[in-house]
Design a protein around this ligand. Structure first.
Ligand code: ZN
Length: 290
């Protein structure tokens, strides 16, 4: 019954426009399973997950991408992190009350969206846009307009199907080779795509979705890429956090609890360090400095 999460790329043969279609129900459920957020925050995380997956598929190299929302409202931070293998994780930080009816503005307040792309080799890219749209997709539309990249539109839905979390979306992007005459066609495709309903995205096969939306167009659908929940945390990565603490703080925690535990906020994995571990870490660090 439950099919794996997949991202499909597709191409309009006549129009110099490409597309992506993604469903992330399983990944979305796994991200939510680690936490107990209000329902409106769950929906927002779903939208952000779909957005990140769609943007990740526009990356060309070995890259890591993070889309983060920050503001002065009760939802202090909302973040989805993914990579070019479509491995995704996410977390929200909430201080204050959020109701089921809370809008994006009511949850985040005055805020902005930060998109960070970190290539394995090469320079980090960071883009920022003020959070003025009513949805994540609208905010990203603003981002693409302002950053003078290829014309891009996103269509995102998150919700539930049969009582389980469900999310999906579509991205349309003009190809670099497209001429000015393709603008009309792009606008036409945007109108068609905007008619997609959440339930269609959550339940239908990609072929059927494309047929429903674009039956008069010549569309090529490519092989899918799997999308999955994956957390890249490790004991090794926690060592750097430990080494950034002062000796005094470390002594204090060790004295009180006997060991130091560091919990990953994405997947809730707990990494334990005892006095011996920490002395060994410091010894290695000292050697590296000298
Ligand atoms: Zn983790």
């Amino acid at each position: 019954m439950s099919k794996h999460d997949q991202l499909h790329r597709f191409l309009f043969q006549d129009d110099a426009v490409r597309g992506e279609l993604v469903s992330v129900n399983e990944t979305y459920k796994k991200i939510l399973d680690q936490h107990d957020y209000p329902s409106a925050v769950n929906l927002l995380l779903g939208e952000l997950l779909v957005a990140t997956s769609l943007l990740t598929a526009t990356l060309k190299f070995e890259d890591d991408i993070t889309i983060q929302i920050q503001g002065d409202g009760p939802v202090k931070m909302l973040v989805i992190n993914g990579n070019n293998h479509q491995q995704m994780r996410g977390v929200a930080r909430i201080e204050g009350s959020v109701t089921a009816q809370s809008s994006l503005k009511q949850m985040v307040g005055q805020g902005y969206m930060v998109i960070t792309i970190t290539p394995t080799n090469g320079e980090r890219y960071q883009g920022v846009v003020a959070l003025e749209g009513n949805t994540i997709a609208e905010c990203l539309d603003d981002y693409f307009k302002q950053s003078e990249q290829l014309q891009t539109r996103l269509f995102i839905h998150s919700g539930e199907i049969n009582g389980e979390p469900a999310a999906g979306g579509i991205l349309l992007q003009v190809l670099p080779s497209a001429g000015i005459e393709s603008q009309h066609q792009f606008d036409h495709l945007v109108q068609l795509t905007a008619t997609i309903k959440g339930e269609e995205l959550f339940t239908l096969e990609p072929k059927e979705i494309l047929h429903r939306l674009y039956h008069e167009e010549d569309v090529t659908l490519y092989d899918p890429q799997l999308v999955a929940f994956h957390c890249s945390c490790s004991k090794k990565r926690c060592e750097n956090i430990l080494l950034s603490l002062s000796d005094e703080d470390i002594e204090h925690i060790l004295h009180e609890r006997g060991e130091i535990d560091i919990e990953c906020e994405f997947c809730r994995a707990v990494y334990l360090f005892n006095k011996q571990d920490i002395e060994e870490l410091k010894r290695i660090k000292k050697q590296q400095i000298h």
